[in-house]
Design a protein around this ligand. Structure first.
Ligand SMILES: Cc1cc2nc3c(=O)[nH]c(=O)nc-3n(C[C@H](O)[C@H](O)[C@H](O)COP(=O)(O)OP(=O)(O)OC[C@H]3O[C@@H](n4cnc5c(N)ncnc54)[C@H](O)[C@@H]3O)c2cc1C
Length: 417
């Protein structure tokens, strides 16, 4: 009996394995495609006021951090709370085998893909039309807002009643649901707590698609789970946020320290004092002489001569940022209070920067500097384009000149020869 040669057998084996792998991969791809198409078609059957987008899904796979890009299967643009409830209920009923995940997306300012859902459904909370921002003035004022509302809009609306939320983030172009899912911290937190401590009631769509009202006393597990819950315990569709009388103006102060221990000691003194600033925050400045120069132009140094002589020399500095709220009629009293508070501190004396701004200007300060940065980036770009244009023109002129010289030389050479 003749046996096929070993090399032939080996070749056949390889062929069989290759075909098997190919078939296996095709099956997976087909199954995945079938899976996606069946998910898409099942989502399409849902009776919604809003709609699903299956094509324009790329924005939902991006965030401020720009480090992770997970594409979802679909983006829901809800036009009502029942849209969110219906969708989540549907996904819940599909069971765990569908492996569909859901993520609420506020303003997409998280850094590590928290508002993304890999092959899942992203709910674009900013599409949720807030009936309106409803301010309730009175003895204990509050405002009812949609989970997709930006804090900057809440500020403007509540100011119409002379009121404003008590606790903020440094940056206000973030959504209510987005910051309440984290904590929402800024320089007012030492007095009022973070934003999650200044909410009285939430409307939440749970993982089963139920719409539930929760407070400290009613469905309190859900209330405390959702606040700071990183979007894992339900979707905040409405929040009741506490308000306080808003000031007109703000004395905005920055002082610098070279020594960390002195910096934290002063910070702690101010935070624990009974009569103190309304906002206390601190940050580290690493080798940013340019930043200090910027401050010199936008803040008024108390001693301009000394301040202009101050040089950071690339040192690491610690900045204590303080704010005192006031009404114009109280200017003199506030000035005295500030003087007395500052006299207890041990900052580098020539580095006292002071500015007087409206309350809105103060709260929206990060956005203003963001816009200014964008403008200067455009200017630099335009400037770079101009420089490139000039360099380009010079290169072309030079090349033309070189060409002329060459032609002339070759002409001369020809004539000579
Ligand atoms: C420039 C900048 C400045 C910042 N400053 C501060 C600051 O001063 N203080 C501070 O505390 N934080 C600050 N942050 C962090 C910021 O508060 C969080 O990243 C916040 O989550 C962003 O809100 P967002 O609306 O963009 O939410 P997204 O990034 O869209 O979502 C963030 C998380 O919340 C979930 N989520 C969103 N909406 C809902 C909802 N309605 N219900 C349930 N879950 C939801 C998402 O699924 C995700 O897990 C800053 C971020 C940036 C980029």
């Amino acid at each position: 009996m003749r046996y096929p040669p070993v090399s032939f057998l080996r070749q056949n084996n390889v062929l069989v394995i290759r075909s098997f792998v190919f078939l296996f991969l095709s099956c997976i791809t087909t199954r995945t495609n079938l899976c996606f198409s069946s998910i898409s078609s099942s989502l399409k059957t849902l009776p919604l006021d809003g709609h699903f987008d299956f094509d324009k899904i790329h924005l939902a796979a991006r965030d401020f951090g720009n480090r992770y890009q997970f594409l979802p299967v679909a983006v829901l643009h809800p036009k009502s709370v029942p849209d969110i409830a219906t969708t989540i209920k549907h996904i819940w009923q599909m069971g765990p085998l569908s492996e569909l995940t859901v993520a609420a997306r506020g303003h997409g300012h998280s850094l590590q893909g928290q508002s993304q859902a890999h092959r899942g459904v992203v709910i674009n909370m900013e599409s949720l039309p807030c009936p309106d921002i409803q301010v309730y003035p009175g003895k204990s004022p509050y405002v009812d807002v949609s989970g997709g509302e930006l804090w900057i809009n809440i500020l403007h609306e509540s100011l119409k009643y002379g009121l404003a939320p008590k606790s903020w983030t440094d940056y206000l172009h973030l959504t209510v649901g987005g910051t309440l899912s984290n904590a929402g911290i800024s320089g007012q937190a030492f007095r009022h707590g973070p934003q999650i401590s200044n909410v009285h009631q939430l409307e939440v769509v749970t993982g089963k698609g139920e719409v539930i009202i929760c407070t400290e006393n009613q469905n309190s597990d859900l209330f405390h789970g959702v606040l700071g819950g990183l979007g894992q315990f339900g979707i905040i569709t409405r929040a009741r946020v506490l308000l306080e009388p808003a000031p007109e103006m703000v004395k905005w102060i920055r002082v610098l320290y070279a020594d960390f221990a002195t910096f934290t000691k002063d910070q702690e003194t101010l935070i624990s004092a009974e009569k103190t600033f309304d906002y206390i925050e601190g940050f580290v400045i690493i080798n940013r002489t340019g930043l200090l120069n910027n401050w010199r132009s936008s803040f008024n140094p108390q001693d301009p001569v000394q301040a202009s002589q101050f040089n950071s020399d690339g040192r690491t500095l610690f900045c204590l940022e303080l704010a005192k709220y006031f009404h114009l009629s109280e200017t003199d009293v506030v000035n005295q209070e500030i003087e007395s508070l500052l006299s207890q501190l041990s900052y580098i004396k020539s580095t006292l920067f002071l500015s007087e701004v409206t309350y809105v200007e103060f709260l929206d300060r990060v956005h203003v500097s963001e816009v200014l940065d964008m403008i200067s980036a455009i200017k630099v770009e335009t400037c770079q384009t101009d420089i490139l244009f000039v360099i380009g023109t010079l290169v072309i002129l030079h090349a033309f000149h070189f060409y002329q010289v060459q032609v002339k030389d070759s002409f001369n050479w020809k004539q000579e020869s």
